[in-house]
Design a protein around this ligand. Structure first.
Ligand code: MEV
Length: 312
């Protein structure tokens, strides 16, 4: 049996603006993960691949999936990268604790877990940069115009500073940071939110470009605060980034309520994370405020919460 497990992610700063060439900062979240397990299928014809993913009630042979299904693309692009035109019969089992369309990178995590496990199983492990590039191509087919940040942070499993089309930079935090992640329970597909931001940008280019510039500035200031371990400044910058995301019309009343409740409970800052219009908020906590913020998120109607520590 071959197994690969990959984390989820949160975007700390710069979502949406990153699609327009501005920088963003993202970190892996290891409390949630996607796991792909591959076993050989005895007494089965060569080339037959059975795919099972309980969380989306899927159990089908690869050739039965529609031609543009992300899992079909993932397996086919792995084989192409390995220059293989057929495979031994196998069973690919995918399990995930990452909620879909919640801003935690479930789509990219499934792609990376499958292509990592598959290339290992075929005894040609693909280098991380190739895994990330292949997952990016799959994101493009299914998410329109992704920046590439999700596949990169999940493949490298490290905090990073990212500008689309450039080599990412790994970030070193001065001191560990605690984030509370709270799920609004609302769901919005990344492709739809990114598309609607694009339509608004087309209509009001000057305004949107100015907001993206401000987000870029906040992200660069946040990088310095992260590297210097300046938590109060980081919190203030998260609040600023949330306000800019409100101006981009990707927040929602529930996301605003959750961020406000987190601040009142002692969070140093709070913002939505990911595409928005649903999904998660993230709140910067300290050891002494962590439990109060978790309680406040539950009281404000969070579907689930988790506390994650980003190591120094
Ligand atoms: C989605 O996790 C982040 C967005 O900025 C889209 C992207 O970067 O591809 C909204």
């Amino acid at each position: 049996m071959t197994r690969a497990s990959v984390p989820g992610k949160i975007i700390l700063f710069g979502e949406h603006a990153v699609v327009y060439g501005r920088p963003a900062i993202a970190v892996p979240v290891r409390q949630v993960h996607v796991c792909a397990e591959i076993t050989r299928l005895p007494n089965t014809a060569p080339g037959k691949v059975l795919i099972e993913a309980e969380s989306i009630q899927l159990k089908k042979w690869l050739h039965e999936l529609e031609s543009n299904h992300p899992l079909r693309h993932t397996v086919q692009s792995t084989l192409k990268a390995l220059q293989l035109d057929h495979v031994p019969p196998m069973h690919i089992q995918i399990t995930s604790t990452i909620p879909i369309a919640s801003g935690l990178g479930s789509g990219a995590a499934v792609s990376i877990a499958v292509l990592r496990a598959l290339s290992l199983h075929l005894q040609h492990p693909l280098p991380i940069n190739v895994q990330s590039e292949l997952a990016f191509e799959i994101e493009k087919i299914h998410h329109g115009t992704p920046s590439g940040i999700d596949n990169t942070v999940i493949a490298y499993d490290q905090p990073l500073y990212f500008v689309s089309g450039q080599q990412h930079e790994l970030l070193t935090l001065d001191s560990p940071l605690i984030f509370i992640v709270a799920d609004s329970g609302e769901r919005a597909r990344t492709i739809d939110v990114v598309q609607s931001v694009r339509e608004a940008w087309r209509l009001e280019k000057e305004l949107y470009e100015r907001i993206f510039d401000e987000v870029g500035q906040v992200t660069n200031d946040a990088r310095q605060a992260l590297e210097a371990g300046n938590r109060p400044t980081l919190g203030t910058l998260m609040d600023q980034n949330h306000r800019l995301l409100q101006q981009l019309a990707v927040s929602s009343p529930k996301l605003d309520r959750l961020t406000q409740a987190a601040r009142e409970a002692g969070a140093l800052g709070a913002k939505l994370s990911g595409a928005g219009r649903g999904g998660n908020v993230i709140c910067l906590a300290e050891e002494k405020t962590k439990d109060d913020i978790l309680d406040a998120m539950n009281d404000a109607g969070s579907a689930w919460t988790l506390a994650t520590e980003i190591e120094a």
